[in-house]
Ligand binder design. Structure first.
Ligand code: FE2
Ligand code: FE2
Length: 448
């Protein structure tokens, strides 16, 4: 793995983390959630297929050709990321993440601070291709500035367009951070990458409402009404529109929100959902994509020298006292745990002797409803846990720990228990929707 380019120390008063090659990788496995696997204080290895397959790396006829070649490490990572994404990105998931990530009640961060932090995301791709994220940000911005010197909002857009990737540092799995995005709530279009190979396990495929061309949407309703798969585009868009003094123009918001929406801006699908405004904005997104390149190039920008110019733009379009209120869920403020119970002594230690409220999830790998309930529980626990009322989620595979399952008289799964001080305070069997889970946890939290 390559090392990071050191940052200018005078960016902001920010304590840069030390590199540590022994840190856990965030591979987008199913146990990841915004609060499950903290990466705060460590590097996160990330691979953004949308960036990796930019046209600068391919001859035109090979541009964005994805293969299922399992021998090629990068191609395998790309395929696995999309497989996880296309299995788990559902309407419920995206709405849930939107709710969880836009509470904006955990921390504040300035733009420059966020840019520095972004450098702890280490691009895990072809070493001939990758760049430190801050270099990519400034390089994109400077390319735009050269071609559009008067459009200062466009320069700032280039600088901040990938800031939403910071979600990966707070435990969000990579399939919910990077890669191409696509609409939910209607049929998945043919131009989505790996459309044929990766969607078969997506629960939305079985929902009649979501499987026509229009799905739940009206013709030409406008992309603003469309729920997109959750990723860094949508998150950064939400951060911006929730900023009380943000004054970036529509073009900037479209670029931020849809630059990874390749099935639309490059694939030519989903035009039946577009409003006139979407079509007006499309050329801006395509113009932006000309500069959002991701190749090593000799013109590495001098970040130190550029800071004052871009800080002025931040002050102009995203003003705020000292730190702009870019709010993010702050891992250290929550500190809850989501874990799989390994054995009986693990159960005793982490469940029965746990001072926090523990939600106990009995599941099996072959159980379809469990595959829906477990991510739902992870999200709910993540979003409801606070420093004063911490909640942990303990997952028990009934096939591996049948003694524990027997003690709790589990005869059907999923079986969910709320445990406080080693004692059962509530329980249910089977599926529950988000509202029901919410009240289940609220009720359990009220117990002492
Ligand atoms: Fe991006
Ligand atoms: Fe980018």
């Amino acid at each position: 793995m390559r090392t990071l380019t050191p940052l200018a120390s005078n960016l902001v008063d920010f304590d840069l983390r030390q590199m540590d090659s022994n840190l856990p990788r965030n591979d987008g496995n199913e146990s990841s959630s915004p609060t499950a696997s903290s990466s705060e204080g460590s590097d996160v290895f990330i691979l953004d297929p949308s960036e990796l397959f930019r046209p600068e790396h391919k001859a035109p006829e090979k541009y964005r050709i994805y293969t299922t070649n399992q021998d090629d490490y990068i191609q395998k990572r790309v395929f696995d990321t999309y497989k996880a994404m296309h299995t788990n990105q559902t309407m419920n998931f995206a709405l849930d993440r939107l709710k969880a990530w836009t509470r904006f009640d955990k921390a504040e961060m300035g733009i420059m601070e966020a840019l520095e932090k972004l450098n702890s995301l280490v691009d895990e791709s072809d070493p001939d291709v990758d760049l430190p994220n801050i270099v990519h940000a400034f390089q994109t911005a400077e390319r735009i500035r050269r071609s559009h010197p008067k459009l200062d909002w466009f320069h700032l857009t280039g600088l901040i367009h990938d800031l939403g990737k910071l979600m990966a540092m707070y435990g969000e799995p990579q399939w919910a951070v990077v890669g191409d995005t696509f609409p939910l709530g209607c049929a998945f279009a043919p131009s989505i990458v790996y459309r044929e190979e990766t969607f078969s396990d997506n629960p939305d495929l079985k929902d009649q409402r979501y499987n026509t061309n229009y799905g739940i949407y009206e013709p030409n309703c406008g992309l603003k009404k469309v729920v997109m798969s959750w990723g860094h585009d949508e998150y950064m868009y939400q951060v911006l529109i929730n900023h009380p003094k943000m004054s970036l123009p529509q073009q900037a918001l479209y670029i931020i929100r849809f630059h990874s929406f390749y099935p639309w801006h490059t694939g030519g699908d989903y035009f039946h959902l577009c409003s006139a405004q979407d079509l007006d904005m499309l050329p801006w997104i395509r113009e932006f994509n000309r500069f959002d390149l991701y190749s090593k190039s000799p013109d590495v920008p001098d970040v130190d020298e550029l800071i004052p110019y871009y800080q002025k733009l931040v002050d102009k379009y995203l003003p705020g006292p000292v730190k702009c209120p870019i709010a993010m869920i702050h891992q250290s403020a929550i500190v809850n745990e989501i874990f799989k119970v390994q054995d009986e002594s693990d159960f005793k230690q982490k469940v029965l002797n746990n001072p926090n409220l523990v939600i106990l999830d009995f599941y099996a790998t072959w159980c379809g409803p469990c595959k829906i309930m477990t991510p739902r529980l992870e999200s709910m626990v993540g979003s409801k846990s606070t420093p004063n009322a911490k909640i942990d989620l303990a997952k028990v595979d009934v096939d591996e720990l049948d003694t524990v399952a027997g003690e709790y008289e589990v005869s059907s799964i999923p079986s969910i228990f709320a445990i406080r001080n080693g004692k059962i305070v509530d329980q249910f069997v089977g599926m529950r929707d988000d509202d029901q889970l919410d009240s289940f946890i609220e009720k359990a939290l009220a117990t002492k």
